[in-house]
Design a protein around this ligand. Sequence first.
Ligand code: ADP
Ligand code: MG
Length: 472
Amino acid sequence: MNNSTDWDWSSFWEETLNQFRENITEQEWVMWFSSLEYISGTEETVSIGVPSSFYKDQISQKYGKDISTKLEEICGRKLNIDFKVQNKKQKDSFKEDIDADQDTEVSSPKKPEPNKNPKVNNISSASKHRQLNPDYTFETFVIGNNNSFAANAANAISKNPGTAYNPCLFYGGVGLGKTHLLQSIGHSIYKDNPDLKIVYVTAESFTNEFLDMVAKKNMHQFKNKYRSVDILLIDDIHFLQKKEATQEELFHTFNALYESKKQIVFTCDRPISELKNITDRLKSRFERGLNVDLKPPDLETRQAILMKKMEKRNISISKEVIELICQNITSNVRDLEAALLKLTAYAELVQKDISIDIAKEQLKDHFTGPAQTHISVDHIQKVVSDYFNVSTADLKSKKKTKAITTPRQIAMYILRELTEYSTTEIGYEFGGRDHTTVMHAYHRIESRMKTDPTLEPTIKNLIKTVIDAAKS
Ligand code: ADP
Ligand code: MG
């Protein structure tokens, strides 16, 4: 082929990617290939732009050989692929994010060739909505088996607010991406329809605002605000437990919005059926529409999430260390991120690369933490009562025989170890006991474990049963 133009090479490249795409998962595609940019080509080499050195290393290591083979197959000759880091201005920086109306691709001024690959889309969907965190967009959300249904639902809602799934509830343990998804919906709708009134609020702020307005006798202002929104995103509705007046107000807000087909999306840390002290009629509203749960990510997804976070922050950590983190931190994404942050802060401080040993040492506290997700009160009560062959009703009863107090205290102990429920909440779950009773039970078991050599293995076994059953 004489007289080859750039266009030829770029279409070879495009075809290579197209075919390559068939052999990888969508996740890999989005993660690694959607931000590649064809730069130029000669008879020896094609140059491909990548966003960072991290990308360059990862792509070359993971896919370099296979892409070369595919390219050779398509253009009939062996070509080098030169991945070039393009120094783009910080696309991800918060405030100067790309204007919503900008419809051209972001390209580096230094780039030698115009980008001819139409599939490349680097525009971040972070909008400038004041209440939304610019980091929480669909682009930065990694889709895995654990969350794909939720992510698809969120996406569908953002395309057709008020019709697709209305209302919609995302529930699951801490740090699994509920807030991230909820805010992604907000960003995405805002970007397409900047005139819609989109309100994101935590249930806690909603409550505080409501109480404040009641105190100031300004209820009409509150009603005006919430009953005129187009999209209402309420985070962490479990906070509303026992907040009766706020529940009442939300119930009416819900009805007003629902009747006028406004989109409502909630998140909660557990299924609605496990909420206590929420009026039945409000519960039935939450349960209407679609309820989707988010589960802890599997190993592959955890790795993809870490890669994405590293890429965003331009951090490079060896594959072995990433694997170490992902194998040891399984419960949620927030903990995963915390481990990454700790390591990078350390690396910066001592100015050296993170070895496996350094990582183990630095993260030992992170690695010992118990899994904290997906474990409900009922589940723990059931495992413990089955084991001791007492009924859960007995656990919650006022009975004080030893045959019952020991299992009860153990159940309280395990709840406190494995979940984030407060002692007040735990007390409530055991027949309305006081939080001091729960603290007492906890310390009692702790000290008994020191003196009774059989107790510790029993509790460890129970904890294992609880966790294993929660996983399945
Ligand atoms: P939740 O609201 O469920 O407690 P968050 O939405 O606050 O959890 O998520 C905790 C952190 O983990 C956030 O920084 C979020 O960006 C990140 N995260 C969670 N799931 C994902 C995911 N699938 N892809 C990328 N980041 C994620
Ligand atoms: Mg949250």
